[in-house]
Design a protein around this ligand. Structure first.
Ligand code: IFM
Length: 473
């Protein structure tokens, strides 16, 4: 609906920006850190590796000072498990622990609240080698032990922890490279139990609030056909609710359980797992949003054929994506000609953001925090030493208005943390695809001087924050 007047953002609304360690820190083997699975993954052709990234590990003071200049109220960063417990289950690394005390203290010096992601795709490689990572139940206890170190060390200065970033993307795109769906969904279940147990321990050990941080988007049916509408509801269970219902309600969505059973991939759930899932109560929901999904119905037979064809195509990324986005007898994800996209084919859909916010609020009744949303494109450093990123301003403006509309709808939204605070290395498109308010002067392989340059969006966002979201011009 269209309102005549929109409500203002709450007075203490958290404006800021996000990052993840392996994409910005560099220093991949310094101060006792051992490799994570990200450090060991083959690099896509033409892209830079993770060794230096934006060199944030060494330049965090400069970066945080710039965030303070923009007026940030929060900064979302991740702590790599491999800096705190380098091999995942052995000795605690004092240098790693003290580094994040310094980072957190630097944020607090400026009144910026650090929001800490405990896991952002970066499993210790040692655990991958030792027991096949999340496919093993042992990973639950090792993750919880690592989280406990963080709660004890930082819990008296950090107000917000996030357990696992984009668990749903890891499962949907099989980032753990599991051998089949049975193992893939068992690993997913272990992550759910690990989050539940970490949530419980956080509440026991400190006063901080804690939440999951999946990538959530509303799902549109490709047509008004009844079966496409069913596909949209089913895909919502698969894409979104599979990762939120168990941690918030303590139960998997029912229809999806039957679907998994009939496909032979229902995870084994112990009584202890159920108990932890029921006893865990996240304080809020953090979520990343980059555009709505659109699906159409696909029969079991056609879906199986599409998956087989994708498998045969092997390493071809496009075919791989088709395979991963097809759920036989449920839905296939399709592109939406009515949704605008960026040059990297990512959605630009602020209406979808409003709808997503409403659906989350209506379903779970927990306060919401947007932990990622942003415009990843090629930015050009012009001869005058500036970056005129009016497209980013336009993108963010539309999404901030959508947040305001959702707040007017009654949604309890308490922060907006776009991706990313400053330029960092994208997982698939390297540093070429940039999201930040602050330009980092480097190319894919030429590190140049890594100088920080304020983009036009820097000055614009500063104004937005100073006016608490009223001045969006
Ligand atoms: O770079 C990623 C991030 O690690 C997780 N969310 C999506 C971002 C942009 O693609």
């Amino acid at each position: 609906m269209e309102y005549r007047k929109l409500k203002p953002f709450p007075k203490d609304f958290l404006w800021g920006g996000s990052s993840s360690a392996y994409q910005c820190e560099g220093a991949w083997d310094e101060d006792g850190k051992l490799p994570s699975v990200q450090d060991c993954k083959p690099i896509e052709e033409g892209n830079s590796d993770w060794k230096v990234c934006s060199d944030h590990y060494h330049r965090f003071k400069e970066d945080i000072a710039l965030m303070a200049e923009m007026g940030f109220k929060e900064f979302r960063l991740s702590i790599p498990w491999t800096r705190i417990i380098p091999d995942g289950d052995g000795k605690i690394n004092p240098k790693g622990v003290s580094h994040y005390h310094e980072v957190i203290d630097e944020c607090l010096k400026y009144g910026i609240k650090p929001i800490i992601t405990l896991y952002h795709f970066d499993l210790p490689q040692a655990l991958q080698d030792k027991y096949n990572g999340w496919a093993s139940r042992q990973c639950i206890d090792d993750f919880v032990r690592y989280c406990e170190v963080c709660f004890k060390e930082y819990g008296n200065k950090v107000e917000y922890f996030l357990t696992i970033n984009e668990q749903n993307m890891m499962t949907m795109y099989n980032m753990g490279e599991h051998k089949d769906d049975k193992e893939r969904f068992q690993a997913n279940h272990h992550m759910i139990v690990a989050m539940a147990k970490a949530t419980i321990r956080c509440h026991m050990l400190c006063k901080a609030k804690i939440a999951p941080a999946p990538n959530i988007s509303c799902v549109y049916p490709a047509t008004s056909a009844p079966l496409d509408n069913l596909a949209a509801a089913d895909y919502d269970q698969f894409r979104n609710r599979l990762y939120l219902d168990p941690i918030i309600f303590g139960e998997y969505p029912e229809a999806l359980c039957e679907y998994f059973r009939q496909r032979g991939c229902m995870p084994e759930i112990t009584d202890e797992d159920r108990e932890a899932m029921k006893a865990a109560h996240p304080d809020f929901i953090a979520f990343n949003y980059y555009g709505a999904a659109t699906v159409k119905y696909v029969s079991i037979e056609d879906g199986e054929k599409a998956k087989e064809a994708a498998k045969k195509a092997g390493a071809n990324r496009e075919e791989f994506m088709i395979g991963m986005q097809t759920e036989p007898g449920m839905a296939v994800s399709v592109s939406n000609p009515l949704q605008e996209t960026t040059s990297y084919n990512m959605g630009i859909d602020p209406v979808g953001l409003r709808l997503t916010l409403r659906q989350l609020w209506e379903r779970y009744r927990l306060p919401l925090l947007i932990t990622e949303n942003g415009c990843g494109v090629v930015d050009k450093l012009t001869k005058d030493g500036k970056v005129h990123d009016d497209y980013r301003i336009d993108y963010l403006r539309k999404h901030i208005i959508a947040c305001k509309e959702a707040i007017t709808d009654g949604v309890q939204l308490f922060g907006y943390s776009p991706w990313s605070a400053f330029d960092l290395v994208s997982t698939h498109q390297g540093i070429t695809k940039r999201y930040g308010f602050i330009y980092v002067n480097r190319d894919e392989h030429d590190l140049k001087d890594l100088k920080r340059i304020k983009k036009d969006s820097f000055f614009w966002f500063k104004k937005v924050i100073a006016s608490n979201g009223e001045d969006l011009d």
